[in-house]
Design a protein around this ligand. Structure first.
Ligand SMILES: [Ca+2]
Ligand SMILES: [Ca+2]
Ligand SMILES: [Ca+2]
Length: 600
């Protein structure tokens, strides 16, 4: 079977370049290239450079290498190929505004437009790209295009954080989808009533506000210089390892004894086969999707319809190979404004652990920490990982590879919007775990069997090599005192481990059973069923909120897979729906998340 790599995930490289110098030299200017702090990460991005500035076109290339261990592929029981890719996206920083913004990607470099056969390339929305390992890859960044958000309102409000545009600045708009009614792509508009992060627009200087109506889609962009010659610009390239889950039929529910499990209507315990991305009827009648519980958190909810747009897992999709790690969440926080950061953490107190108030003690192995001192607002905080609690950030044993517990639903929603991803649904969770075309094993874990070996101790705590004792353990539960929190994402995989030993799903997705419970979109609630699976655009609201159209409130959330803290292993069974509906907006030491993306 597929051996899963042992490490996580995050990677970044930072490159500073004076673009005026670039313009004259037409060469990358290397200044301030950071050491590769992502050593031993599974995915590594390195040698990030800015090159080939074209001032007339307003473009510049971002060049980088991306690599990871144990690049794999296989064929599932539906005879469909699956494999891993890196989801790569970039952020840029303007020293004049002090803000990190998302880089909209264009073709023209070595990375072509997304190819539906190979599942590589820049996605149609320009938010990022799925890539194979390779050196000297290049994106084109059209730096005159800045992602913004528009309201559909009277007047229309444009949100562009720290835009710096004075009143009456001429601007145009473009889109990867559709602009709302009232704004025409390419027409000239004028900035009106600017605040730090927003403005209205008019069709002539000083004239009436433009109002918007109807609907919008895709990424909206303002065509104004994102960078100016002579600006000090930094670019970070992020990579997240993802697994492609191919199109094909699969089964939900196992026919076992799991709480709340799915079954086919009008049967006692027959698993239900998902054979379409079309609408699915939810009813306790033959041929329809139903569940064994109609009350509490394990409920299937009311009779109804799962609309066409709800991601059902029949069509192909990508899912993150690992739970979001603490290092990834740290990197996310470190690219936000202070106002955004403040809503994505629990405490701003100096020296405190970020997710836990009134303590300089590590709680349940979340080592994300505030510096000492925290700067006065509005200066952004630079967070670090400090699991070993010595006040020195991002050391080799500071746990940045550990699954990130404690984020709220809204924290996860913001992270996924920022990363250009989306939540997975609980149907996709079962597909990613069980595999397409696979006959369910009653009461199986994500690794496909009912066998389980619980971890009781830690080795190399907090490091990239962290593993557990006894040898062969593939999950933890009941919060073992010698562990005390979630483990390194993918902790059980070694170069020699098989699927059961590594705790891997059918497709090689790690820790779907156990470590942290995972936030999914629920089939059991009205709010969840309204989810349409649109992707994040890389940009957050000025208060740090994820703002993708159609993503539910926390009432649309479910939890799957169980966690280290639970007193029983039954929650880790892949069809367990004890918390299939989870209407909680708070933080929990036992809950994390991961992202997904629809594969066209
Ligand atoms: Ca430390
Ligand atoms: Ca998990
Ligand atoms: Ca957004």
């Amino acid at each position: 079977m597929i051996n899963r790599p042992t490490d996580t995930i995050r990677s970044k490289q930072k490159k500073q370049a004076g673009l005026l110098a670039l313009f004259f030299l037409l060469l990358p200017v290397v200044c301030g290239l950071l050491p590769d702090t992502a050593f031993a990460n599974n995915v590594s991005v390195s040698n990030v450079k800015l090159q080939n500035l074209d001032a007339a076109a307003g473009t510049i290339e971002i060049k980088f290498d991306v690599s990871w261990d144990n690049y794999f592929n296989g064929t599932d029981a539906n005879d469909q190929a699956f494999f891993d890719r890196a989801w790569v996206f970039a952020k840029f920083y303007r020293a004049d505004t002090g803000v990190w913004d998302h880089v909209p990607l264009s073709t023209g470099g070595t990375v072509a437009a997304y190819n539906t056969t190979d599942k590589t390339g820049i996605t149609a929305d320009g938010v990022g790209a799925f890539l194979k390992p390779g050196a000297n890859q290049t994106f084109v960044w059209q730096y005159t295009h800045v992602p913004v958000t528009l309201t559909i309102a009277s007047p229309c409000v444009v949100t562009y954080t720290n835009h710096g545009l004075p009143a009456n600045s001429p601007i145009t708009f473009s889109t990867t989808g559709a602009l709302p009614t009232g704004i025409t792509a390419g027409n000239t508009y004028y900035v009106k009533a600017p605040t730090a992060n927003t403005f209205n627009i008019s069709t002539s200087p000083g004239q009436a506000n433009v109002n918007t109506s109807g609907s919008q889609s895709g990424q909206q962009r303002i065509n104004a210089p994102a960078i100016m010659f002579g600006d000090n610009v930094q670019v970070k390239v992020f990579a997240i390892e993802m697994v492609y889950i191919p199109q094909g039929a699969f089964t939900v529910g196992s026919g076992g004894t799991e709480a709340g499990r799915f079954r086919e209507g009008a049967t006692t315990n027959t698993p239900y086969e998902i054979t379409t991305e079309g609408a699915i009827s939810i009813a306790n009648t033959a041929g329809n999707l139903w569940g064994v519980s109609t009350s509490g958190n394990s409920t299937i909810g009311t009779t109804g319809t799962l609309p066409v747009a709800f991601p059902k897992g029949y069509n192909g999709f990508f899912v993150m190979k690992y739970e979001t790690t603490q290092g990834q969440y740290r990197d996310f926080l470190n690219s936000l404004t202070r106002a955004q950061q403040n809503n994505r953490i629990y405490t701003q107190n100096s020296n405190y652990f970020t997710f836990y108030n009134s303590s300089t003690t590590v709680n349940y192995r979340n080592g994300i920490r505030n510096p000492n001192p925290v700067p006065a607002s509005p200066t952004p905080i630079t967070f670090g990982c400090d699991l070993n609690n010595n006040g020195v950030f991002n050391e080799a044993s500071d746990g940045e590879w550990v699954g990130c517990n404690y984020p709220t639903y809204y924290d996860a929603r913001a992270y996924l919007d920022w990363a250009g991803l989306r939540f997975m649904t609980e149907l996709e969770f079962e597909k990613a775990a069980r595999g397409g075309g696979v006959t369910p094993v009653a009461d199986a874990y994500a690794w496909g069997t009912t066998d389980v070996t619980a971890a009781t101790g830690l080795t190399d705590s907090g490091t990239k090599n962290e593993t557990v004792t006894p040898s062969g353990a593939n999950t933890a539960y009941n919060n073992p005192s010698a562990i005390g929190g979630p483990l390194r994402a993918g902790f059980a995989a070694t170069a020699a481990s098989n699927r059961v030993q590594s705790g891997a799903s059918y497709y090689g997705v790690m820790d779907l059973s156990g470590n942290n419970w995972e936030k999914v979109i629920s089939v059991g609630s009205t709010d969840g069923r309204a989810y349409t699976g649109l992707h994040g655009d890389g940009c957050l609201a000025s208060d740090g909120a994820g703002n993708v159209t159609g993503w539910p409130t926390y009432n649309g959330q479910g939890l799957r897979g169980g966690g280290f803290y639970d007193s029983s292993l039954v929650y880790q069974l892949l069809s367990n729906r004890t918390n299939g509906v989870w209407t909680d907006s708070g933080r929990n030491q036992n809950v994390g998340f991961r992202g997904a993306r629809t594969a066209a």
